[in-house]
Design a protein around this ligand. Structure first.
Ligand code: MTE
Ligand code: MOS
Length: 711
């Protein structure tokens, strides 16, 4: 048996090819006879399409739209539901909605032809904000109330507590849109292959793409083969959104019989892609005479945009995280996802949890200040611990090590001392936040919906191929999984390969979302490898396949949202120190200290990379990433010169600590962590900035120009 590489960091399996520039991304692919596509998009936020006038196209060029969907095909994308139309037909709901594709051999002339397609609309009044949507501005276009979904969960008896409570704190917290800014923009190629079609695509979930688009040309899923191209970042933005490219491309390939490529440039990718849901969270919080929180009544609304896409499940996660890492004895949380005429909102690292976690952390900090105590004092009194009842009346099954994690960040940062010495409004401040993230699909999703399968193939040369649909998108899963399998087999890493998924070859291990890959797929792969080791015969070809088994004793009722929404959580604590420049109102971040419980790190360096990146992305969300909506263009900021994301110059190097707290059902004790690390830094930052300027902040982002107004 060779020495295990679990825990220690090893060179990433994709490192050399990526660092040396040898990796082929979707934009590098070429095929004989390949033609190119550009999208014709709606230019109004809401309207009826009266006419589409197409110029005389040069030979070899065509305009592909709803009319090209063959008989029996359905003009829809199958995401969680099928409300997302592939080609706008009759009406448009947002700027940038796909109307058609112009396809042809010379990329250089496509934009010109697209500009000559004239669409006439009867424009309608439109909704942009959550308030517009709830008021059904321009008339509801989803149900009668414009809500894609509306549900409430209860724990204890909120009304009774409020009736007899000493003090009630009411507050509204808002968060804005956020753009994923994966370094590689979206792109896909559709092409015929034999009597089937192949989609090459930069995506997180190859099996989602297949399922979403097959009915467009009235074929079974198996007739659409999806091959994931190396994906240069995704962050949830390539969960369902690749379907929006792959669908029209499939129709174009069907009509032309040629490979058709569509690659978004940065402007298109920012202006016309899904975003993080803006949110509005209202709290009513009851506090007793000793300063303990006794009840919380929370109303969460997410701006879902023009189609539902993932909103229902994003909202569920937001609602289930709305009381944070705290045991609030009585709580009620209502969640709604409201339709508006903006680009659909969708999955984004944290999947709905960052919005409500930001809200509850900020709200508690404000309550503490009004009670005259330090936010940390208030928060630690209510930390969840093993055995506690959750908001969905399930239980916390694991040991929660938040007190130790808190101590760690307090010691490293000198928080308590600094919190005392930096007076409110002194332009210096420290902030603190605590957060968690439920691992894997919510409730019984893993068991009832996904049913992941993992296939390992031992070749006659005694190498092993991992054949699954889970994808690498920068998070390090390819390396983590290769290590888990090699370690279990007791062979070197170089003998285990994990090729890019191809849905005609691999088993469906579920989507690469919800930080589930290492925790769920990794555990199944470890079990598969153990079986392969038992059957191992040198020189012989062998295939083993194992499927997910749900641990016993974790009840969940999906119709009432009662029970264990998650079995295991990742946990985090973060302290941030800032100094605000009185003239420019620029915020100088002086220190970032975090502690995370990820169960056990399969590779420490990868985990540190995730923490560094996740925290930076979370700080960008709070401090600078501003998106406004304009009736003319949709989003106003449509590129990296006006949509500002952090660089390594914006934040100092971070002090990151990991605590070992092995998770019973994870491989070597590992839990999900890729999203956890996004969930909390924004609240710690805003807490620090609020104290520095001596004013409560209730809305993010807060770029310097907004701070200037506040000061
Ligand atoms: N890290 C990088 N570098 N690139 C990404 O696209 N996506 C995040 C996170 N970390 C992402 C990332 C999101 S949205 C998810 S759900 C998790 O990684 C997925 O990780 P896992 O399923 O491998 O745990
Ligand atoms: Mo991650 S938002 O679940 O892709």
């Amino acid at each position: 048996m060779q020495q295990t590489s679990i825990g220690r960091s090893t060179r990433r399996v994709d490192a050399i090819a990526k660092a040396s520039g040898h990796t082929q991304y979707i934009a590098d692919y070429t095929f004989d006879g390949m033609i190119y596509a550009k999208m014709v998009r709606s230019t109004v936020p809401r309207g009826k399409i009266l006419d589409i006038s197409i110029p005389v196209l040069p030979s070899g060029y065509s305009f592909i739209s709803a009319k090209d969907i063959p008989e029996g095909g359905k003009n829809q994308l199958h995401m969680i539901k099928t409300d997302y139309t592939c080609f706008a037909d009759g009406e448009v709901r947002f700027i940038g909605e796909t109307i058609g594709l112009v396809v042809g051999p010379d990329r250089g002339v496509l934009q010109d032809l697209v500009d000559q397609v004239k669409v006439t609309y009867e424009e309608g009044e439109y909704a942009v904000t959550i308030e517009d949507g709830l008021a059904c501005k321009g008339g509801a276009f989803v149900g009668e109330d414009n809500c894609f979904c509306d549900f409430t969960i209860n724990k204890g008896d909120v009304d009774e507590i409020f009736a007899g409570s000493d003090r009630v704190f009411e507050e509204e917290i808002n968060t804005g849109w956020q753009e994923h800014v994966h370094l590689e923009t979206n792109g896909a190629i559709a092409m015929p292959e034999g009597d089937k079609f192949v989609i090459h695509v930069s995506a997180q979930c190859p099996f989602y793409v297949r399922k979403s688009i097959a009915s467009l040309i009235n074929r079974p899923y198996e007739d659409i083969i999806v091959r994931q191209s190396v994906t240069g970042g995704a962050f949830g933005g390539k969960e369902h959104f690749p379907d929006v490219l792959a669908g029209p491309l499939l129709v174009a390939a069907y009509v032309t019989g040629k490979p058709v490529q569509l690659i978004f440039d940065r402007h298109e990718d920012s202006a016309y892609s899904v975003k993080r849901h803006p949110s509005r969270t209202r709290f009513r919080t009851a506090v007793d005479k000793d300063g303990n929180i006794t009840a919380m009544d929370v109303d969460v609304v997410y701006n879902a945009g023009g189609y539902e896409s993932c909103s229902y499940v994003v909202l569920q996660r937001g609602v289930f995280h709305a009381t944070g890492v705290y045991n609030i004895p009585n709580s009620r949380v209502r969640g709604r996802a409201v339709a508006t005429n903006t680009f659909p909102s969708d999955a984004f690292r944290g999947f709905g949890a960052p919005q409500t976690l930001f809200a509850v952390e900020t709200h508690l900090a404000h309550i503490a200040t009004q009670l005259g105590i330090d936010p940390f004092e208030l928060k630690k009194r209510h930390f969840l611990k093993k055995g506690d009842v959750t908001v969905t009346n399930g239980h916390i099954y694991e040991t929660v090590v938040l007190p130790e994690m808190a101590q760690q960040v307090l010691d490293e940062s000198g928080y308590l001392e600094k919190a005392k010495t930096y007076a409110p409004g002194s332009l210096r401040g420290v902030g603190i936040s605590f957060y968690n993230h439920g691992g894997a699909f919510t409730g019984n999703g893993e068991q009832m919906i996904i049913k992941a399968r993992v296939r390992l193939r031992k070749n006659s040369d005694d190498t092993v191929d991992i054949l699954i649909g889970s994808t690498e998108m920068g998070q390090g899963f390819q390396t983590a999984l290769t290590k888990i399998v090699a370690d279990e087999l007791g062979i070197g890493l170089e003998r285990v390969r994990y090729p890019q998924p191809d849905t005609s070859v691999v088993s469906d291990s579920g989507p690469t979302v919800a930080s589930r890959s290492t925790m769920i797929v990794g555990a199944i792969a470890q079990r598969s490898a153990a079986r392969l080791r038992e059957q191992w015969v040198e020189g012989k070809e062998l295939v083993v396949e194992e499927e997910y088994t749900h641990p016993e004793g974790f009840p969940w009722d999906q119709s009432t949202f009662q029970g264990d929404a998650y079995i295991g959580y990742g946990w985090g604590a973060c302290v941030i120190e800032v100094e605000v420049d009185p003239l420019t109102t620029e915020v100088n971040t002086k220190g970032i200290w975090s502690s995370h419980d990820v169960g056990l790190a399969i590779d420490e360096l990868i985990v540190h990379g995730q923490i560094n990146g996740g925290i930076a992305q979370s700080l960008g969300y709070a401090a600078m990433e501003k998106l406004d909506f304009s009736a003319k263009t949709g989003f106003k900021q449509t590129g990296l010169s006006d949509y500002i994301i952090p660089t390594s110059m914006d934040f100092p190097s971070q002090v990151c600590t990991l605590v070992d707290n092995p998770y019973e059902f994870g491989p070597h004790g590992a839990k999900g962590m890729g999203e956890l690390v996004f969930n909390g830094a924004s609240a710690a930052y805003i807490d620090a900035v609020s104290r520095a300027i001596g004013k409560e902040i209730r809305s993010i982002p807060v770029p310097p120009e907004i701070l200037m107004e506040m000061m």
